[in-house]
Design a protein around this ligand. Structure first.
Ligand code: ASP
Length: 402
């Protein structure tokens, strides 16, 4: 019998899990452990994968002009797509005005807002005080910083040591990818467990969704425009990448991003898809993707600007064009600072709200429907990372399958 492709297996699991969660609520614990184990296994590989892939990626690119060139290109694409996403959100929220006349009677309190960080905290936090503590805490930005620095200085070693260290870290990275490959085989089971649990635990979502329907529609349309029009256009015209083939190549990663609502947890799959199905070299994917999973969150930037404007509209606060521009820039920065974990975007929104002087309690308005929107924005985050990896690889003259 012909083997069903992985993305189909994941899709089938996802579709079956929703009715299971809704109609067999009481039996969800029978399957939710599958999701817990899958997520734990993905999280197990993420931090070593990020560290080893950054070191080996940078060491293979070399420290001189090619690192500068590839680094600059990647960074510019990330910033460019982030700003495009945030601007799309701003445009739609002004056009559809979902907050005007919204009922404020269902505000929920939000836990964890006390730990919100500012732009300054994000920037200083990039430099680790203690790299082992950051590794243990799973903070990806300082790990990436350290990995790049380490990789750069590996290339400065004397010949014998340089070859030894580069081979060592390439080997570490390859071993992590083999473990990843093994874990990914269980993705359909894991996705089934995660989605069944989520479907069972959404309380009264239908009722709140009706009240917040226009707001959800704005986020949804913005994400759809970005994923189905803007990014494909950038891929096709700027990157000479075939968007349809690209979509197909990364579909397992997109479905996993949707199910887990975590870019970090999806990173192992994204790397596998981009290398195996798009044909991007390890050198480029191991540099661009961990960076992307941590800083490039197009869907989150779009979401944050919509939430900020929605809150302003709901409280009847008028924002000038200038304030709206500040909101676009801070939303992009807040998205860069958001960790690739579920609900991270909801917490970093405080940065945008305080930058333009909006009430923090407004977040309570959108909390109830965060999960489905988180699933969608995370898929867009991962799509953008993989698109940039393909575009950068093409621009470096690589012969891709997309
Ligand atoms: N869950 C998102 C991610 O992992 C971050 C967010 O909450 O927007 O990409």
């Amino acid at each position: 019998m012909k083997k069903i492709a992985l993305h189909w297996q994941i899709l089938i699991a996802l579709v079956l899990a929703v009715p299971f969660g809704i109609f067999l609520k009481d039996y969800v614990s029978w399957v939710s452990w599958l999701g817990d184990i899958f997520l734990r296994a993905l999280k197990m590989v993420v931090i070593p994968l990020i560290l080893f892939s950054m070191i080996s990626g940078v060491a293979n690119i070399g420290s001189g002009s090619s690192l500068g060139r590839i680094g600059l290109k990647t960074f510019l694409y990330y910033i460019g797509t982030l700003l495009l996403a945030a601007t799309t959100g701003l445009f739609l929220v002004n056009l559809m005005k979902p907050g005007v006349g919204a009922q404020l009677g269902f505000t929920q309190t939000v836990n964890g807002l006390g730990h919100s960080s500012s732009v300054k905290d994000i920037l200083t936090g990039i430099i680790p005080e203690n790299i082992f503590a950051e590794l243990a805490k799973g903070n990806t930005l300082p790990v990436i910083f350290f990995g790049i620095l380490f990789g750069v200085f590996v290339t400065q070693l004397k010949d014998k040591q340089r070859t030894l260290m580069t081979d060592l870290f390439n080997g570490m990275f390859d071993a992590m990818m083999l473990i990843t490959h093994f874990i990914i085989r269980f993705a359909p089971l894991g996705v089934f467990g995660i989605v069944a649990y989520q479907a069972a635990s959404q309380k009264d979502i239908a009722e709140v969704a009706i009240r917040l329907g226009r707001y959800m529609l704005v986020v949804f349309s913005g994400l759809a425009i970005h994923a189905l029009i803007t990014l494909p256009l950038v891929m096709y015209f700027v990157g000479k990448v075939n968007p349809l083939k690209h979509y197909r190549a990364v579909s397992s990663a997109l479905l996993t991003a949707f199910s887990t609502a975590s870019s970090n947890a999806t990173l192992p799959l994204a790397m596998e898809c981009v290398e195996q199905n798009c044909g991007v070299s390890k050198k480029i994917s191991s540099f661009t993707l961990p960076l992307g999973a941590t800083i490039n969150m197009n869907g989150t930037a779009l979401y944050e600007i919509v939430v900020a404007m929605f809150i302003a509209q709901a409280y009847g606060i008028h924002l000038t064009i200038w304030q709206q521009l500040i909101a676009v820039i801070t939303a992009s920065l807040a998205a860069i600072g958001a960790a690739g974990i579920p609900m991270a975007g909801l917490v970093t929104i405080t940065i945008v709200l305080s930058a333009v002087g909006l009430p923090m309690e407004g977040i309570g308005l959108v909390l109830a429907v965060d999960r489905p929107l988180d699933m969608l924005r995370t898929s867009v985050n991962v799509l953008a990372d993989t698109a940039v990896a393909s575009i950068v690889a093409k621009s470096e003259g690589e012969d891709l399958k997309v």
